[in-house]
Write a protein that binds this ligand. Structure first.
Ligand SMILES: [Zn+2]
Length: 145
């Protein structure tokens, strides 16, 4: 793996800084011809404001690593789903205190199941706000898509 590719793969989601775009399943392809790089991404949620920041971060990371030109293509089909998130990404989410998508939500504090959904929109549109019915701690859950 070369430095430019490594730099691109280490770009993180600005809303969930523990997750890279690889963890999220957002990075689809990196193509390099000489020192020109073409990156293909699939946005998580259409209209998610984080995608603009991710696009800028990819260009900045690749340029810093030595790319002379960087093109970021956005591919909308097939649409991203939470299935694309890697297992490592799910683990990192849980460690960060956000219940990962997919499985039944579990409280990140005490691991109790059956939390209550307080709001379908937590700190960002892609997360729901939940409250643990055992310890009462509020937490975000990455919504299934
Ligand atoms: Zn709890």
């Amino acid at each position: 793996m070369n430095a430019i590719r490594a730099a691109i793969e280490s770009v993180c989601d600005p809303e969930i800084p523990v997750l890279t775009i690889v963890d999220l399943g957002v990075l689809r392809n990196v193509r390099q011809v000489g020192d020109a790089v073409t990156v293909t991404i699939t946005p998580t949620y259409s209209g998610c404001p984080a995608m603009d920041a991710i696009r800028e971060d990819i260009v900045a990371a690749a340029t810093t690593a030595g790319a002379a030109s960087v093109t970021v293509n956005t591919v909308l089909s097939p649409a991203w789903t939470t299935e694309w998130m890697t297992d490592q990404g799910r683990l990192k989410l849980a460690e960060f205190g956000i219940a990962p998508p997919g499985a039944d939500p579990i409280c990140p504090q005490c691991a109790a199941s059956n939390p209550r959904t307080v709001s379908e929109f937590g700190s960002t549109a892609c997360k729901a706000l939940m409250v643990c019915s055992a310890c009462g701690e509020p937490f975000d859950r990455f919504k299934d898509l």
